[in-house]
Each structure stands twice: as structure tokens, then as C-alpha cells.
Design a protein around this ligand. Structure first.
Ligand SMILES: C[S@@+](CC[C@H](N)C(=O)[O-])C[C@H]1O[C@@H](n2cnc3c(N)ncnc32)[C@H](O)[C@@H]1O
Length: 226
């Protein structure tokens, strides 16, 4: 099994307690996420900054997210500066919990970004993924319809919520929608369950795990080779 190496030797940020949007680097995004708690269920502020940087660098044709919320607003805001908007949203965000899906739609509405994202309810179901039975998102047909043939350049994995290791299947489920070389990002990557997920992803013949950025809860990055 290949090992997962650290991308930075910088000390861990100990401030993993809830944060407000005031700690975000980008002023407009601070206003859009005003009053929302970051860093507990949501990505932390530094991780959101990283996500914005990633979008600006990659300029993705489409983004697929698993686990919606503040990160969805940040992705939508960053995508506003990426040319190529069409009639369909360029971000598809899958959410296991219908109440959280509604909350995310509310945040997007409030931010004036609702047209950038399709937030789709994707309930969890047991399924066979990479030879193992596991629980993960049931991918709705609306994903393919919304993407309309566009391939995904960035996959953001912050779900599902569940027992340790549950996020393993998320990357294989995303694979049919991605372009070769697509980047993926996993939050909470320093938890034991996610470290095991990272080891299992690193052993897949079609995925490369670069390592874990030591930011807040840990941001794993990698790419899909084929
Ligand atoms: C880590 S959270 C996703 C957070 C999201 N990416 C964000 O930055 O806000 C993973 C899942 O936990 C579930 N969840 C349960 N309680 C939640 C809460 N208070 N806030 C956000 N998600 C919650 C949702 O179904 C969500 O998709």
C-alpha cells in the first residue's frame, strides 16, 4: 500500500473551534456567510479560502460536491469569476439530508447565487462499490441531466456523515462524471476514518492521493488518473 505523505510541515492550526465568516480572506464572502458557523460541520475558514483558490486556479467546467452547506456558497461565489456559465448550473451538490439541502438552498438564495448550483437530495443506500458492500449516496439521475455531458474538473468530498470510513465510496461514485486528471479534495482528512479512506484511495489504480494539507481538519488532495 502506498503511503500518504504530508504536503506541509507547518504546525496544525489549533483553532478548530467554531469560527465566523470574519476569518475568511475574501471580504465579499464574509458578508455572504455572515452569521453562519464555520469549522464544526462546515469547512473551516482557511479550508474555504483554499477551496476558493483551487477554483480560481483550476477554472473548472463543472464541480461535483458531496455534503452541502457553507462550502457550496463558497464554491458558487468563486465560480462566478470563472468564464463559461451557461443555462445549467456548473455546480452539482449532493446532500443526504433533505433539511440540510433546503438550508443550503436558503444560503445560496440569500447570497444571490442560487442559479450557480443544483442542490440535489441523494439519500444513502447500501451498494457494492470497488468490491465492497458499503453505504453511500444513491446518485440521482438528475446529476447526469444537470451536467449535460460536461465533465467535472473538481470533486469536493465532505460527506456523507456516518460511521468511520463511510466516505470511501464517494470518490468511486464520482468517477463516472469526471474528466481524466480531475482534482479531488476531502475535508476532515486527519480523522482516523478518513486516514483509512485515504490509504484505500491511494491503493486504487485510477486515483492519485497527493497528501494532506495540515489546515484545520485536514484537506486531502488528489487526482483521478482515468
Ligand atoms: C461535514 S457536513 C457538510 C458540510 C458542508 N460541506 C459545509 O461546508 O457546510 C456533512 C453532512 O453532515 C450532515 N449534517 C448534519 N448536521 C449538520 C449541520 N448542523 N450542518 C451541516 N451538515 C450537517 C449533512 O447531511 C451534511 O451533508
Amino acid at each position: 500500500m502506498r503511503s500518504v505523505r504530508r504536503l506541509s510541515t507547518a504546525p496544525l492550526d489549533p483553532r478548530t473551534r467554531p469560527a465566523t465568516s470574519q476569518r475568511l480572506r475574501h471580504e465579499p464572502l464574509r458578508a455572504l456567510l455572515d452569521g453562519v458557523e464555520l469549522g464544526t460541520w462546515a469547512l473551516g475558514p482557511r479550508s474555504i479560502d483554499e477551496l476558493v483558490d483551487t477554483v480560481r486556479q483550476l477554472r473548472p467546467a463543472a464541480v461535483l460536491e458531496f455534503g452541502s452547506g457553507c462550502s457550496t456558497v463558497a464554491l458558487a461565489w468563486a465560480m462566478r469569476d470563472v468564464p463559461g456559465a451557461g443555462t445549467e448550473p456548473r455546480i452539482v451538490s449532493l446532500e443526504q439530508d433533505p433539511t440540510q439541502a433546503e438550508r443550503t438552498r436558503g444560503l445560496l438564495d440569500r447570497a444571490g447565487l442560487a442559479d450557480e448550483v443544483a442542490v440535489l437530495h441523494a439519500p444513502l443506500a447500501r451498494q457494492l462499490v470497488e468490491g465492497r458492500e458499503t453505504e453511500c449516496y444513491e446518485i440521482p439521475a438528475a446529476v447526469e441531466r444537470t451536467l449535460g455531458g460536461r465533465r467535472v474538473d473538481l470533486v469536493v468530498i465532505d460527506g456523507p456523515a456516518g460511521p468511520p470510513g463511510i466516505r470511501f465510496a464517494t470518490l468511486p461514485l464520482a468517477r463516472p462524471f469526471v474528466r481524466m486528471g480531475a482534482r479531488f479534495v476531502l475535508d476532515d482528512a486527519l480523522r482516523d476514518g478518513e486516514l483509512e479512506v485515504a490509504r484505500r484511495w491511494a491503493a486504487l489504480p485510477w486515483a492519485t492521493v497527493d497528501g494532506i494539507r495540515l489546515i484545520e481538519k485536514g484537506l486531502l488532495t488528489g487526482s483521478v488518473r482515468g
